[in-house]
Design a protein around this ligand. Structure first.
Ligand SMILES: [Zn+2]
Length: 127
């Protein structure tokens, strides 16, 4: 009788623990990925707003053309800041002062077409 009282866990107990951990991971990981993606999109939109603001300041100041050094850095409209970069690795496009279209990120709507909070664009349609 004494030999049956071994210390440790049975296979069923270990399987239950592993199953619980698997369920928790299955719930948590997709949410983590989604929150990370959406926070990167928010940071990107914030950068686009800053770039747009700097370009509008250049336009207001009567400049006819500008370089990145006019917008960012020591003498730029965004002081003491490097040119903002997309946290998800997109590249920014912004046109000359005569073009009033919004600055854009190369990622745009490509990450999750339906989920506006993942879009890297300035105008999300009345948000
Ligand atoms: Zn972006």
């Amino acid at each position: 009788m004494k030999e049956r009282m071994k210390k440790g866990f049975t296979l069923v107990e270990i399987m239950i623990v592993v199953a619980i951990i698997a369920i928790l991971a299955a719930v948590a990981i997709p949410n983590f990925v989604k929150y990370r993606r959406n926070s990167q999109a928010s940071a990107c939109v914030s950068n686009l707003k800053q770039i747009q603001g700097a370009i509008e300041q250049a336009r207001m100041a009567g400049k006819t053309d500008y370089a990145d050094a006019d917008l960012f850095g020591e003498k730029g409209y965004i002081k003491n800041a490097e040119k903002p970069t997309c946290p998800a690795g997109g590249t920014y496009t912004y046109l000359g002062l005569d073009d009033t279209s919004d600055p854009t990120c190369s990622i745009g709507k490509t990450l999750d077409g339906d989920d506006k909070s993942s879009w890297h664009i300035l105008d999300k349609g009345g948000e």
